[in-house]
Design a protein around this ligand. Structure first.
Ligand code: ADP
Ligand code: MN
Ligand code: MN
Ligand code: MN
Length: 333
């Protein structure tokens, strides 16, 4: 007997990487082996030296096919078994290990926008829907678009054993959010990539596409972010460590902004619940700050902080690696 293994990997697309996948039939009782693909078709190699190696890092039950079938998230290697230049996971895993004593957890809020053709799902053929105000966490067919897909995606994430924490409808019509975590990294980033793949795959069946664009509609409409919530062991027991983490992020703001996703200047304008990409600020309950300290954390004097800057189209391996390096690096001085 055999089972189906769907291998998922990150390609070399620019300015934002995308997921690719293909299927391997594997004999029962055997683990999904190393595999490979044609890197010249994914912006990861030239045609005369096209082989890129797929090395499995996380297998989970495949909620689409069911049964014994699995999803196999893989990292990309060169044929000498070194990380491929587009492999951002290797550095993330290295930083996580280097600062392992900090036991850093991440909770990532992934916002995204459904599209049907050229317009967000639920938008009128001509013109614009009613302005923002009634869509966020709304109910009713006049404000909610795509709930079937969102529910199917949440169930799929649970069946795959991902740490999905919840979902909500967002401020712009056709826009939604799911949260992964809190969980350590690179696991948090691995799970986010699998959850992104599941979303795109499920939406296919509805003829809908998923956009992670940071500013899917220009003008007076909210962008799409990926707020990244962080805690170290120290922060989970001590408020001073939470403040120190926010201060550390402020000292390295430019490097973070440069790596938080394509088109970040269009989203972090200072309007629409963002702080300008040119400034750094943090504050309790402040959704206009770069970094927010949730009110419960200020009350309990311990917990986590929320980096509100990452774009929906960010690479979570890059973002979680940078945060670990900045926060844990500063605390180690
Ligand atoms: P909001 O929309 O108010 O910003 P959400 O409920 O969408 O908040 O997201 C909060 C996130 O914080 C969740 O993803 C959750 O996993 C994460 N989180 C909670 N506790 C911690 C913690 N100790 N460390 C890191 N992340 C955490
Ligand atoms: Mn949220
Ligand atoms: Mn949100
Ligand atoms: Mn948030």
């Amino acid at each position: 007997m055999v089972y189906k293994a769907e291998y998922l990997w990150l390609d070399g697309s620019s300015p934002s990487v995308r997921l690719r996948s293909k299927t391997k039939i594997v004999e029962d009782g055997k683990h999904p082996p190393m595999w490979g693909f044609d890197g010249s078709s994914t912006q990861q190699a030239t045609g005369d030296n096209s082989d890129v190696v797929l090395s499995p890092v996380l297998s989970v039950p495949d909620p689409i096919r069911g049964g014994k079938d699995v999803l196999v998230l893989s990292e990309t290697l060169l044929t000498d078994m070194k990380p491929h230049p587009t492999n951002t996971r290797a550095a993330c895993a290295a930083s996580s290990e280097k600062y392992g004593d900090f036991d850093t957890w991440f909770g990532i809020e992934q916002e995204y926008t459904f599209f049907e053709g050229a317009a967000p799902l639920g938008w009128p053929e001509n013109g614009f829907p009613a302005p923002q105000g009634d869509y966020y966490c709304g109910v009713g067919a006049d404000v909610i678009f795509g709930r079937d897909i969102v529910e199917a995606h949440m169930d799929a994430c649970l069946q795959a054993g991902l740490h999905i924490a919840g979902i909500n409808a967002e401020v712009m019509p056709g826009q939604w959010e799911f949260q992964i975590g809190p969980v350590g990294t690179p696991r948090a980033a691995d799970e986010l990539w699998i959850a992104r793949w599941l979303l795109g795959r499920i939406a296919e069946d509805y003829g809908v596409t998923v956009s992670f664009a940071a500013k899917p509609v220009p003008g007076d409409w909210n962008g799409a972010g990926a707020h990244t919530n962080i805690s170290t062991k120290q922060m989970r027991s001590d408020y001073d460590a939470c403040i120190a983490a926010a201060e550390a992020l402020g000292k390295n703001a430019a490097e973070h902004i440069a790596n938080y996703g394509a088109g970040i200047e269009d989203r972090l304008t200072g309007l629409h619940e963002t702080a300008s990409y040119k400034d750094f600020s943090y504050g309790v309950s402040d959704r206009g700050a770069s970094v927010r300290i949730p009110w419960q954390v200020a009350r309990d004097k311990k917990g986590y902080i929320e980096d509100r800057r990452p774009n929906a189209n960010m690479d979570p391996y890059v973002v979680t690696r940078l945060i670990i390096d900045t926060v844990c690096g500063d605390a180690s001085k």
